[in-house]
Design a protein around this ligand. Sequence first.
Ligand code: LLP
Length: 425
Amino acid sequence: MSRLPFHLLPDTAAVDGAGELTIGGLRLTDLAGQFGTPLFVYDEAHIRRRCREAVDAFGGGVAYASKAFLCLAIARLVHDEGMCIDVASDGELHVALAAGVPADRLVLHGNNKALGELDRALEVGVGRIVVDSSDELDRIESLVAAGRPRPRVLIRVTPGIEVHTFDAVQTGQEDSKFGFGWRNGAAEAAVARASESAAMDLVGVHVHIGSQVFSVDNFATAIETVAPLVTALDLPEFCIGGGLGVAYVEGEEGAGIGAWAAAIHRVCERAGIRSKVTAEPGRSIVAQAGVTVYSVGTIKDLPGIRTYVAVDGGMSDNPRPVLYGSGYETFLPRSVAADRPATVRVVGKHCESGDVLVREGRVPADLRVGDVLCTPVTGAYGHSMGSNYNKVARPPVVFVRDGDARLVVRRETLDDLVLRDLPLS
Ligand code: LLP
């Protein structure tokens, strides 16, 4: 009866003799005891495997979209595995550099890069800048005129297509804050301007149609749309962005990086694109590598209505259900393969009713207060979009591998919560 679909768990997930879930050879209930809850646990082997798949499929120019999950440890890991890193702010740039990633392995993104951000990027020598607007072209020209080195740039094109995903993460449609429009001729003009500008070295065209996209046809349409621009100039690089969808709940199935890449290469070839094809996967590298571990604090039974199961985290560690209505599965790591006959609403500890983690969570019948309860597929856009709402301290991050647990981000302390406040006089 509705067991947890195991393909949602990280690669090294296994069930031990006592029916307990292990990841990287360690029981999640033991990790909860050792590090406390809530806790993000990442399967290092899983991430490394996805990075290798991406590098095998696209070559060393492929970039990890760090907005999905960024800390020093992940930046170092994806760099060690041969990926470049997409950074979309001076903050992400700073973290990647602090991890020791060479600047020329970084790709700078953003629809509103400030002069200071661009200045810093040119100063450190980022590998590529994906240019999003005419104002940005102006800024790069002024910085280079003032003595900064010429950057390599790609022009971000908005192909004018709508994809099947939630509205907030669609980016390829005409009515978008991102990129240069295809239909109105802005993209062609920007490419012409960049190729003639002495202040930059135009190396390619970039498109990103959105995130959590399952349909390969959507990527094909984007590629076919911009192909004339790419082939006309025969630029060295064509970047298809990120966006590959991953399975979050029962019934969903992601294509996987290898199959996605193969389809993209096929379409590019058919469209006559001879440039090196690159990509920027974020979610598909880290989402399924991560699991969030909570403790159940209260169970409120409302006969004839529903049962609320409250855990010790919530919208501050995973705002995706609230923001996008995203669905998640739920399971007890002490009996991960158990039937889940009961349906409950898993909520957090924040002071609003909207603080829902799983609207219809399946759980075993013997769920009780004190249980460790997990949500799988929380490795992307959970930690990175976390907040301190209600001054709830942010959870730590642990990487597990071959029986070892490595704390890579410590739990926020209560003192951290007043660190930036100035002392009262
Ligand atoms: N490249 C660009 C230019 C992007 O804007 C993004 C994501 C990516 C690559 C990586 O996309 P991915 O492979 O991770 O789908 N917070 C939302 C997702 C926002 C995505 C923003 N851009 C969520 O939680 O679903």
